[in-house]
Design a protein around this ligand. Structure first.
Ligand code: NDP
Length: 332
């Protein structure tokens, strides 16, 4: 059983040296436990925060201990009355070939509903993040303008498509021409801005002639400083994440836009998806329905091999993924 452990805490951009791979025997399970073979592993930006030794809303990873994250896997042995051998499940498990669980917070995945990888993406945590953040905090109304940063990522592309379903004018911000083309041509975004090559301020002005009613922010930093200048009276800013800051050793201070929030009566609210855990069933239901109806498309970037999980994680910070970044650890 190969396991990936935190070798050292990153300073700045994480590197492969921060990770180590160890091999141990496949664990034995006790009464009330299940043994899960990993099929897909999710790599997520928030894991960067856990690698820094500071407690936030989740405990930090410990140096020398196995990393954990979203996993879809198959039960290969069960001593738990609710689970059978062969069941496909999803949960927070080890970055390893095999994990042991007592079944708590383990969700069964229906392989007939959609490809099982979607349980880590569009019909999983990122999909729920998009769904509740946009609908509950952003509250987009038909005809309004919704701007999304990190628009070609796992969360961002779901946000944009739900906003389109709600009849909004949707503008995405992303970091490559391939991403821009995908969002416009495949997902029907009304406009997309390449923050690496376009003049962001001018491009926003052109793309949002009626100003911005909802800003769904995945990246923070300079991009957000510029977007916020175009926010309308009574607009909403949904703070989902600020990946542009995750590798900073020192906190960056941006322009002071509080006065804008005051004079334009803007609501700015952060959230974490687990705030909505009591309503997850509603989110899963709608997301699965939209996927099955072809109204919600998804894309995944899949890297093969557990040993390549650190690369897949580091790639997030170089924007190499389009849609959900996954690692395929074994075949279904
Ligand atoms: P993504 O699939 O969007 O992957 C990360 C993307 O971020 C990259 O592809 C890259 O795209 C972009 N990026 C990386 N570095 C920068 C940078 N310096 N400036 C601007 N963009 C950058 O990840 P997720 O969809 O999983 O997550 C998106 C955001 O949502 C993250 O901030 C994450 O932490 C947050 N999140 C929050 C949750 C919550 O509960 N609040 C839950 C899940 C995620 P590009 O090529 O466009 O640069």
């Amino acid at each position: 059983n190969r396991r990936i452990i935190l070798g050292s805490r990153p300073s700045g951009m994480p590197t492969k040296e921060n990770f180590q791979i160890v091999t141990e025997a496949i664990p034995e399970i006790k009464e009330g436990e299940i043994l899960i073979q990993t099929i897909f592993l999710s790599v997520d930006p928030y894991m960067r925060g856990r690698m820094t030794g500071i407690k936030t809303y989740v405990d930090p990873f410990e140096v020398g201990k196995v990393l954990t994250g979203g996993v879809v896997g198959k039960i290969v042995e069960s001593k738990h009355s609710n689970f059978q051998e062969g069941d496909i499940v999803e949960g927070q498990l080890d970055w390893a070939d095999y994990s042991v669980s007592n079944g708590r917070h383990i969700r069964k995945v229906d392989p007939n509903l959609a490809p099982i990888s979607t349980a880590l993406g569009v019909i999983g945590m990122p999909g729920l993040t998009a769904y509740f953040g946009l609908l509950d905090i952003g509250k987009p109304k038909e005809g309004e303008t919704v701007v999304i940063s990190g628009a070609a990522g796992a969360v961002g592309m779901v946000v944009g498509q739900i906003a389109k379903l709600k009849g909004c004018h949707v503008v995405g911000i992303a970091g490559s021409q391939e991403k821009i083309a995908y969002l416009k041509e495949e997902l029907g975004f009304d406009a997309v801005i390449n923050y690496k090559t376009d003049q962001i301020k001018q491009a926003l002005k052109t793309a949002c002639p009626n100003g911005i009613d909802v800003y769904f922010d995945n990246v923070g930093g300079e991009i957000s400083d510029l977007v916020m200048r175009f926010m309308n009276f009574h607009s909403r800013i949904v703070l989902c994440g600020d990946i542009s800051q995750y590798n900073n050793e020192k906190i960056e201070y941006g322009p002071r836009f509080q006065s804008l929030l005051v004079t334009r009566s803007i609501l700015m609210q952060g959230f974490i998806v687990s705030n909505y855990s009591k309503r997850f069933a509603e989110g899963y239901r709608d997301l699965a329905k939209w996927v099955s109806e072809g109204k919600l498309k998804y894309r995944e970037t899949i890297i093969d091999g557990l040993e390549n999980a650190p690369d897949a994680f580091i790639d997030l910070f170089y924007g190499k993924n389009i849609g959900k970044q996954l690692v395929r650890v074994s075949n279904e």
